[in-house]
Design a protein around this ligand. Sequence first.
Ligand code: ADP
Ligand code: MG
Ligand code: ZN
Length: 479
Amino acid sequence: MPYEAVIGLEIHAQLLTTTKIFCGCETAFGAPPNTHVCPVCLGFPGALPMLNQRAVEYAIRAALALGCTVHPTSVFARTNYFYPDLPKGYQISQYDRPLATGGQLTWQDGEREVHVGITRIHMEEDAGKSLHEGFGDSSMSSYIDLNRAGVPLIEIVSEPDLRSAADAGQFFARLRAILVALGINDGNMEEGSLRCDANVSVRPWGTTTFGTKTEIKNVNSFRYLEKAIDYEIHRHCDLVMRGERIVQETRLFDSASGHTFSMRSKEDAHDYRYFPEPDLPPLTITAAWVADVARTLPELPDARRARFISEYALPPYDAAWLTQSMAMASYFEAVARATKNPKASSNWVMGELARLMKERGHEIEQVPVSADALAGLIGLIDAGRISGSIAKGVLEKMYADGRSAEVIVDQDGLARIDDEGAVLVAVQGVLAVNADAAADYRAGKTKSFGFLVGQVMKASGGKANPALVNAVLKRELGG
Ligand code: ADP
Ligand code: MG
Ligand code: ZN
């Protein structure tokens, strides 16, 4: 590619409070339209907003987790614009004095450290939703649902530090995992509780000034985010190479065609006629409050990954894989604690369990095999009651019918055969039909020993104790 891409993301995350940011209405998703509304969130004249303290606490959590400075004083401001689903005619947001600034999110990608600055985190209210029906025919109607109006949001703005669609996807995924781990956002992109705008520009390699950017609005899946950014990078490159000018504008991504198209020219800040919200005092946050919130922060994905390496001696790859989601990490950790065999636990979770999940399209939350049940299976292997290959089949049965490993091994007769008499019978049987291999071995061709072991294992359905097979076979072959 002739040009370097420059990308910055703006992420809107709904905070998981039970009530809205400036009134007591419920935030629950999916209620009948316009049932979670009151004079405040409907924007009736004279209704006064009152700030939800829990929303501020959640915003502080995000700020701390992303290494931002939380400011002792921040100021709410009105962003004025007309939208049918914005009944007040303005959105209460924060402008020149946001809640928090100056954080970062960094991660390791192989040898490369990716560092993305967080410019700011501010609080604001969500708008309502418009629904359109019967586009293009005479029955076309539009509906407005104001249940979402006033749901608390934080907007997280990144520095233009990202250089590829893949890194942007990584950044967004990691940010999502952090917000979910903090318990302040549900991570649900389909329902719109987490939304991402991507700003994209290109410049010749080796230059430092930025090109003109375009903004892609509200992409609602990880896959689409990367596709939309890639499309936009290529569109910019094509234009620049043809000597054309990039128009600063807001664009939408159409997932069907994989293209972005122009939605509107980009407003400048002055178009919004920002001014301080007269109905809300400046937000003051004491150092003591910040310290209190800091004490309640859970272990974040990066810290957990590091701990998996130090506490369980897992390879970095395993630790990174397992900490992709909190639920997965917790599942692994429960297995590892029960088995006291972390490496076997990670192998089984990342290997056979992940394979079965993929086959069935399951997330870890839907897996019918509990962590204890998987630990039970690993315990049988560690105790020498079944072999690893038998265990794979056992796990499949556990997944399918919910029986425990112990019960399956008993009921289906899968326990390892440790009875010397039974092994001897199998060995003699194999030697009887493989006289050539036996003769080869006795003549010094040690390779045929492995073949004979394999035959005995096969004859026992994989159940014979391999060490015992080795010993008995050696003895029968005459040392
Ligand atoms: P605006 O005022 O147009 O919203 P901002 O300066 O607030 O622009 O930046 C919005 C987002 O765009 C941020 O995430 C920022 O990192 C990103 N951004 C700014 N300039 C560029 C650029 N030239 N190319 C790509 N992204 C950019
Ligand atoms: Mg902006
Ligand atoms: Zn309300």
